[in-house]
Design a protein around this ligand. Structure first.
Ligand code: ADP
Ligand code: 5GP
Length: 186
């Protein structure tokens, strides 16, 4: 079996984390990369599961060691994909998923041009705002910064190979899994 990497991006609040959690639960055959971040954990987030939570000093050490496949600053925090676990899963031909923002997706496109790039889009701008505000995990300044980034991310949707609209979480997860599996052949 061979496996190609799938990269999922989309504006903050569209539901990437929710869809990825549904995939972790219902589709254990998909390996989901765990990013390092300097952001603080939200309630319910566990170190080593949703993210590896590190301080800025440790993150900068990872950059110096070239241990990250890609990284970017997003709304005041650093996020990056540890390189070695991704390469190991791809060598073992496991269907592999990264959930990262636009600048990181562009870096992966440079490094791995044959990866599949999927954009998760909201049903509408109003629904995106409603989800981001409704999550209730950020201050109004951080929500504004994320909405400003969201406009830029939405404009970049046509850089991606596939666009999936996140209406219903289970349907979106199933659609994404089918896309991930479609680039892995026996
Ligand atoms: P992201 O990871 O893209 O920033 P989240 O997964 O944190 O987004 O989702 C943002 C908010 O939207 C959360 O409160 C989540 O419960 C809600 N949400 C996610 N997907 C859907 C959906 N398909 N329909 C309605 N609400 C959703
Ligand atoms: P959040 O703080 O909402 O969990 O994530 C903020 C943004 O960072 C989201 O768009 C998410 O996809 C992105 N992100 C998460 N992990 C990584 C990563 O390893 N690299 C990059 N470039 N972005 C990431």
């Amino acid at each position: 079996m061979t496996a190609r990497l799938t990269v999922l991006s989309g504006p903050s609040g569209v539901g990437k984390g929710t869809v990825v959690s549904a995939i972790r639960r219902a589709y254990p055959q998909i390996w989901v990369s765990v990013s390092a971040t300097t952001r603080s954990p939200r309630p319910g987030e566990r170190d080593g599961v949703e993210y590896s939570f590190v301080d800025r000093e440790r993150f900068e050490e990872l950059i110096r060691q070239s241990a990250l496949l890609e990284y970017a600053e997003f709304a005041g925090n650093l996020y990056g994909t540890p390189r070695e676990p991704v390469l190991r899963r791809l060598e073992q031909a496991e269907p592999t998923l990264l959930e990262i923002e636009l600048q990181g997706a562009r870096q992966v496109r440079e490094a791995m041009p044959d990866a599949q790039f999927v954009f998760l889009a909201p049903p509408s701008w109003a629904e995106l705002e409603r989800r981001l505000i409704g999550r209730g995990t950020e201050s109004s300044e951080v929500i504004d910064a994320r909405l400003a980034r969201a406009k830029i991310e939405l404009d970049a949707g046509d850089e991606f190979d596939k666009i999936v609209v996140n209406d219903d979480v289970s349907e979106t997860a199933a659609q994404l899994v089918s896309l991930i599996e479609s680039v892995c052949s026996k």
